[in-house]
Design a protein around this ligand. Sequence first.
Ligand SMILES: Nc1nc2c(ncn2[C@@H]2O[C@H](COP(=O)(O)OP(=O)(O)OP(=O)(O)O)[C@@H](O)[C@H]2O)c(=O)[nH]1
Length: 380
Amino acid sequence: MLDLATLNFSSTVSRGAFMAVFAILVLREHDKAYLRHWLGAALASLLGAMVLTHEPTNLTLPILPSMQIFFLYMLSMALSWSGLKRFYGLDLRFWPIVAMVLLTISPALACLLVYSHGLSSNIVLTIYFLCATTASGVIVFEILMARREDLWSQIVVAVAFSSYALSFLLGACLLVFTQMQPSMETARISVIIDQINITLVYVGYIAMSGERANLKLRRQADTDPLTGLFNRRGIQRILHDSRYFGSQDKTTSIVIGDLDHFKTVNDTLGHEGGDVVLTTFAGCLKSVLRRSDLAVRWGGEEFLMVLANTDLDEAKKFAERLREMTERHDFQICGDQISVTISIGIAEVNPESESINETIQRADKALYRAKREGRNRVCY
Ligand SMILES: Nc1nc2c(ncn2[C@@H]2O[C@H](COP(=O)(O)OP(=O)(O)OP(=O)(O)O)[C@@H](O)[C@H]2O)c(=O)[nH]1
């Protein structure tokens, strides 16, 4: 069995290792403010552990180290919280900050009052446990509220802080309701629980940062940089995900639109003017589609739309609206106004008898018929 001094020492060493990792991350990725907060959290908890390790192994520490340890551990939680806020892009508002500062300094102030009045150290410990329960609970709440961030690694951090909250609450209840006195055995158990939780928290933070960077890269690879719509790779990934069609009650329709005589637009306005037409058209497209629909830049001036829960008749109405909207829209390029028309082909997805790529080919054929028949029309 490891003694308390050895456990405290290993806890200090692992905190030092995490602090070094965060310091490297901050140096490499200095635009990420949340990493600085988490570095601060790791540093505060390292200093707290160093103070604890430096003191002789004793269940009742003198007033100064006790105040330092309570303050540094609470500061570490406060910085964890502010780092998470920054990670999720949330504002750090005045009153929540004031509340967190009060929570951070309360155990150290309570320590000063209790020791100077010669009261039991259990009162301070209970106050610390309650403040730490609240801070851990707030952190779990922040993670649960940020569910739109689809990151698996944040679950690890939420589990670790839930475990912290429960352990602190249990500690406070035991002190208040059973008058239990801290012993070497309970101190050893709390250091072990803390060691497990702190490792999960910091590994979780590092993984969250990496997981988000990977998701961002994947999103970039799936997106057309000019228009912000999906590119071919992105849409193929979604359409080949069986969950996409499985989640729909009705049929899906494919609409492909190609801007007419775009070469002339480029020849008249230059390539940059052509780009403005493409981005303006993409903006119009986004405004007419529903959240469940998908829009893709299929080729140079060719756009593909996947209309969820839409049969052929509804797709025809949508395509006609899109054609009219494009024809009526005044595209503004460097003070000039130009008109553009679009030819459109439609096909309804028939998942029993053909693949999605075959449906796209049918829509493409319809589009070329629209071009052949004079452009600025809808064919199916
Ligand atoms: N500005 C700009 N032009 C592009 C881009 N991608 C492709 N194009 C241009 O789009 C034009 C497409 O020309 P064509 O395929 O001949 O078709 P079109 O002139 O639109 O004629 P129809 O489709 O038959 O009506 C070419 O001049 C390409 O250079 C782009 O990202 N930006």
